[in-house]
Ligand binder design. Structure first.
Ligand code: SER
Length: 325
């Protein structure tokens, strides 16, 4: 998401300071005023940033995703919660030093939800922001913690301090569904079967899908996700009735992915070999999210249906990508 977001922010003429754990590609780096290789868990790095820049807005995209987090839960907590806390503190210190609130954009996830059983998931198709908030994964727990910490820094930070600055942070968060990009294949997530299937088949590889064909969770395309983030960021604060919003585009089953992939690549070799652990994670995520508040408060609406996402965005771009690779 970072690369696409940098494209959009740079095109709008915004000066960007990027921080990534890996060196950015030269093309992406060229769009930034500066780019740092570093870890958000390193307080020294954040102190340097605080000393050197006047920050107006932070897009905090760094996290270990849900599958990786189950192999290293404590590390996931350190990065996902510890890193978030460090950045919230940076934002609050920035606000204090230049006397103005800092906007803090936090992508959360459908992983914040935890449907107790598959029967509950099927009986409660459309899930509102305030329901089923008992996630089954460390990643989901970390995202919920990030949402709550953001709300705390915005509304209650240093509540008892004499020299307290009211509202140092303007915190805004979106619970994203699985995201599908034509450019990158995610790693370490549990919604990865969708994008993995598309990219594998487009390269002529067989794909073994790790969830059952009837598995259904929400997805959206990467351009829509970036658009949502920018749209929420640009919304007048007085219209916002919550700090955390669902957004929704389409909710295909894994067999819907197979059907469209086969339509585009008739020789596709896709099989379903469920991994029980990863299946249980996806079964704990809702089938659909109720995005009424986002539609009402900041005019959210998706660009694509599942079919048009394939036909108009994914297939043309993925074909072009592997034709020239
Ligand atoms: N895509 C994420 C994952 O699979 C969920 O937000 O972990």
């Amino acid at each position: 998401m970072g690369h696409g977001l940098i494209d959009r922010l740079a095109a709008a003429g915004r000066p960007i300071v990027a921080v990534d754990i890996r060196e950015l590609d030269a093309g992406v780096r060229a769009k930034c005023r500066s780019a740092y290789v570093g870890d958000i868990c390193d307080p020294g790095l954040l102190e340097r940033l605080h000393a050197q820049y006047e920050v107006g807005e932070i897009f905090h995209l760094a996290a270990l995703l849900s599958t990786r987090g189950e192999f290293a839960p404590e590390t996931a907590h350190q990065v996902n919660v510890g890193g978030t806390l460090n950045l919230l503190k940076l934002a609050a210190e920035q606000a204090r030093s230049h006397g103005q609130g800092v906007k803090f954009m936090f992508p959360s996830s459908i992983a914040a939800y935890g449907m107790p059983t598959l029967a509950d998931k099927r009986a409660n198709r459309l899930v509102h922001e305030d329901r089923f908030l008992h996630p089954h994964t460390m990643y989901g727990i970390n995202k919920l913690a990030g949402e709550e910490l953001g709300r705390y820094y915005q509304d209650h930070y240093r509540k008892l301090a004499q020299d307290r600055m009211p509202r140092p942070i303007d915190f805004r968060s979106i619970r994203f569904p699985g995201i599908i990009s034509s450019d990158t294949v995610p790693s370490g997530g549990t919604s990865d079967y969708g994008p993995e299937m598309i990219h594998a088949v487009a390269q002529g590889e067989a794909y073994e899908c790790f969830v059952r064909p009837d598995t259904r969770i929400p997805f959206m395309t990467m351009p829509e996700a970036i658009d949502a983030l920018l749209r929420l960021s640009a919304a007048p604060k007085e219209r916002l009735t919550r700090t955390v919003y669902n957004v929704a585009a389409f909710s295909p089953t894994a067999s819907d992915f197979e059907r469209l992939v086969r339509g585009a690549y008739p020789g596709a070799q896709v099989t379903f070999v469920p991994d029980l652990g990863r299946q249980a994670i996806v079964d704990s995520w809702p089938e659909e999210c109720d995005d009424l508040a986002a539609r009402r408060d900041w005019d959210w609406s998706p660009t694509y249906t599942f079919e048009s996402a394939f036909g108009q965005y994914l297939m043309p771009k993925v074909r072009a990508r592997y034709a020239t690779a």
